[in-house]
Ligand binder design. Sequence first.
Ligand code: FAQ
Length: 309
Amino acid sequence: MKSITQLEKEFQARIDRDEKIEPKDWMPEAYRKTLIRQISQHAHSEVVGMLPEGNWITRAPSLRRKVALLAKIQDEGGHGLYLYSATETLGISRDELVEQLHAGRAKYSSIFNYPALTWADMGSIGYLVDGAAIVNQVALTRTSYGPYARAMVRICKEESFHQRQGYEILLTLCRGTEAQKQMAQESLNRWWWPALMMFGPHDKDSPHTAQSMKWKIKRKTNDELRQYFVDMTVPQAKVLGLTIPDPDLKWNEERGHYDFGEINWDEFWKVVKGHGRCNKERLDTRRKVSEEGAWVRDAAVAYAEKKAA
Ligand code: FAQ
């Protein structure tokens, strides 16, 4: 029988050869735990992430906007389901994962603890939040765990539609009246910094990055992805005629990248630890809809059991 050290060596060699790890393959316990943590956090983010936009379905300014927003939000729910399924391949049940979320033991992205206050926020969420999600997730299509990588391919295709619909909302507002343009600018001002926070702490302060890079769970570090996002987003804001709310933002010819200001890390950790503006409201809503929808799940299980009998 092979020793754990030997198995670990062979496992790392497979990763180094860029082989995908599949559910029934041997894997170190810490690799499995890291994946459960990251993929379930990602799944919870998709599901909680439906709430800020869901708040605007009844107030969309036209039928066309309502249909697009509704479709986008449904897509996010679908992403949550693919990701819960991918997590279940690691030997944990969806019920347990949802329980962790409802009990406040599992994290979800900080961004969804900010309120959506105006219609322009539907534009900013698509443009910036889905934009940041794509940058992060395109890298994850090459993650070492097969089921996660395959879920990411499909999710990225849908996220790019989401980003476009958000950008187009802002473009329409920016080409509209002065008041509409101001609404777009005010919204960008509120969402810019929280969007940068989505990439997580600086690499030097990130407890998980080094090991996750070694296992190729992460293919780019938090700071690399954040820089890529800034470089991609700033020219798009120029087309909109909007100003990024960062006095330190400027093109650095030598680096070939934009320099940008420091994130307010106190605010970031406050939100991550549950004390943001909407943390309580988001979790209360998830718990409530879960209780109210229990009869649907019970009925589906009863039907499936009856059919199988
Ligand atoms: N918020 O050492 P690291 C979407 C936590 S996209 C909350 O850097 P890691 C689409 C982290 O969990 C959003 N917590 O950790 C959509 C860890 O805590 P722990 C979701 C954060 O895992 C759009 C601690 O800080 N996307 O939903 C955040 O290596 C529009 C130390 O951090 C994903 O989840 C944060 N921003 O890197 C839906 C992508 N950042 O677990 C609706 C997949 C860090 O030790 C509408 N995930 N933390 O207690 C990842 O790429 C990674 O997990 C990172 C964090 C980059 C988020």
